[in-house]
Design a protein around this ligand. Structure first.
Ligand code: ATP
Ligand code: MG
Length: 573
């Protein structure tokens, strides 16, 4: 697998003049030849065994996007053929996530389990055609008989059972007369095929687990490789798009439809999304949840769609990301910096810019009248004048960031130091006169300044140049807040290949410092009562969203992303 980190340079908006991706090329050709008439019909087929992740978003944007582009349809289909891992909780979350991303399946929400009876009937016909047989080999024996990539397989001793015997046994399988694992139904194809998937693959197995929709109606369940083409066919799908690992399964997909003699759609494979510093397999995401490494499927550090939503990502930014990464036929890993770049681009013009101090230090302006409050007018977003303006209270006692003051600064430190002058954003120039320290610890408790009343921002009177501009809040007016800063959940990249490695490896790559909680933050009063989901730029500190953990007196903000854009740098190179 090619694991070079890819830096795709592509315009954000899908431009009709842009060359079609390879799937669009296939569709264009099919429309020209009239293979499916003038129809384009896709589907998004999640298995409800976990929450959707950013990789699924790629598949959703692709499938629903093609339907939109060609005036076609896209179904939502739950691929619920494995009752042991599936749950309604997942069915619900998947629908919420697809909707949130901005897509609409209209009246086409389907379940593979709705087709169980139909698939059973079709299978009876397949048995009558002599194309399937009931096999009594144990799982272990079946493995031994299958052969390897270099050796052909051996035919099952049950392969030549009569049609009558197969029909009778299959009916008894359905009736629950056999124990789980005792028998399977297999296709009769070719045990010497170079493609292992074609060596008499299992079509049905006995599973004695209650299904979240069909309850105990069934104790035999069709295999994914068998149920999937039939579901596509029954729904009239034209282009069944899946990820690359199913390429070797395509001959079985085609075999199934051809031998059942039902409408034939085509499977097309594309490269799955891999992201640096991100694990995407549901299997591992579930471990993170179940073993308490994160607070849940929607922990803001999770690459799930619900996690990204809680983190503050917008649907627009995720769609933009999926658009930019494009659709390819070979696997690669995308730099997570591109995803971060997409949310910054969105919020740059769409999020109001406000002031919040994460680690407060008291600043007192000794020559500012006690009790006086000025309402300073400021634009909500200089990049977007439509967002209007607001006022911020200014007074004698403020908070600035602890990092913005140094008593003994290194060279090129342009913030506040003894004797130096800086601008307070939107307000005045202030000069540090002295500090007050704790007698016990020596910690700086207060920075005392004087201000120059002639230097009010926007007044145009005195234009002394200073290098530092600091954000601040008025101590008497600011609201306390909790702020949660996040880092990557994983230190190293985890991709498909790593999934097969020792489980221990995966936990070892967890970043133990992926969350930092700051409980003494102070935010400007205008955002005190913001609703969960509201997004802001905190000047100099990044983009933030109000978390649902917010209480009446204590808003909680998640940092979505910092302001520093490492992707923009990569792009410029
Ligand atoms: P996982 O391996 O994460 O459990 P999955 O493929 O088993 O994923 P499904 O619910 O079967 O999950 O996937 C639904 C659809 O989403 C499938 O068509 C699948 O190919 C696609 N998909 C899953 N992961 C990715 C990914 N990383 N990139 C693109 N598409 C994906
Ligand atoms: Mg799966």
């Amino acid at each position: 697998m090619n694991n070079e980190v890819e830096h795709i340079d592509k315009e954000p908006d899908s431009n009709p003049a842009m060359p079609a991706n390879f799937i669009e090329t296939i569709i264009n050709e099919d429309l020209k030849t009239g293979k499916y008439g003038n129809r384009v019909h896709t589907r998004f087929p999640p298995e409800p065994n976990g929450y959707l992740h950013i990789g699924h978003a790629k598949s959703i944007c692709l499938n629903f996007g093609l339907a939109l582009k060609y005036g076609g349809k896209c179904n939502l289909r739950f691929d619920d053929t494995n009752p042991t891992k599936e749950d309604v909780e997942y069915v619900d979350s998947i629908q919420e996530d697809v909707k949130w991303l901005g897509f609409d399946w209209e009246d086409r929400k389907f379940y593979a389990s709705d087709y169980f009876e139909k698939i059973y009937e079709l299978t009876v016909e397949l048995i009558k055609k002599g194309k399937a047989f009931v096999c009594d080999l144990s799982a272990e024996e079946t493995r031994q008989y299958r052969g390897t990539l270099t050796e052909p397989g051996k035919e099952s001793p049950y392969r030549n059972r009569s049609v009558e015997e197969n029909l009778e046994l299959f009916e008894k399988m359905r009736a629950g007369e056999f124990a789980e694992g005792a028998r399977v139904l297999r296709a009769k194809i070719d045990m010497s095929s170079p493609n292992l998937n074609m060596r008499d693959p299992v079509l049905y197995r006995i599973v004695r687990t209650r299904h979240h929709r069909t309850g105990d109606n069934w104790c035999i369940y069709p295999m994914y490789d068998y149920a999937h083409p039939i579901s596509d066919s029954l729904e009239g799908v034209t282009h069944s798009i899946c990820t690359l690992e199913f390429e070797d399964h395509r001959p079985l997909y085609d075999w199934t439809l051809a031998n059942l003699g039902i409408y034939q759609c085509q499977q097309i494979e594309f490269a799955r999304l891999n992201l640096t510093n991100t694990i995407m397999s549901k299997r591992y995401l579930r471990r993170l949840v179940e073993e308490g490494y994160v607070s849940g499927w929607d922990d803001p550090r999770m690459p799930t769609i619900s996690g990204l939503r809680r983190r503050g990502y917008t649907p627009e930014s995720i769609r933009d990301f999926c658009d930019r990464i494009g659709v390819a036929k070979s696997n690669s890993t995308v730099d997570v910096a591109l995803l971060e770049h997409c949310i910054r681009e969105d919020l740059n013009t769409n999020a109001p810019r406000v002031m919040a101090v994460l680690k407060p230090l008291k600043l007192i302006i000794d020559n500012y009248p006690a009790g006086q409050v000025e309402e300073l007018v400021t634009e909500n977003n200089p990049e977007n004048p439509d967002m209007g303006s607001r006022t911020i209270p200014f007074s004698r006692e403020l908070y600035i960031e602890q990092d913005d003051f140094m008593e003994n600064p290194p060279k090129k430190y342009f913030r506040l130091t003894p004797g130096a002058e800086v601008r307070l954003k939107n307000a005045y120039l202030v000069k540090c006169e002295h500090v007050v320290k704790s007698e016990e610890t020596g910690e700086i408790l207060e920075v005392h300044c004087t201000y120059d009343p002639d230097t009010k921002s926007g007044s145009g009177t005195v234009s002394r140049k200073v290098k530092g501009v600091l954000h601040w809040v008025s101590a008497a007016h600011a609201a306390p807040a909790e702020v949660r800063l996040y880092d990557y959940l994983l230190l190293n990249n985890q991709d498909q290949e790593d999934e097969e490695k020792e489980v221990k490896d995966f936990v070892d790559t967890l970043n133990v410092n992926s969350i930092e909680v700051l409980k003494n933050c102070m935010v400007e009063p205008s955002i005190k009562n913001s609703r969960p989901g509201s997004r802001f730029q905190f000047l100099r500190n990044g983009y933030f969203v109000v978390d649902r953990d917010s209480g009446a007196d204590m808003p909680v903000f998640n940092r979505i992303v910092s302001l520093k854009d490492s992707w923009a740098k990569i792009e410029k190179k």
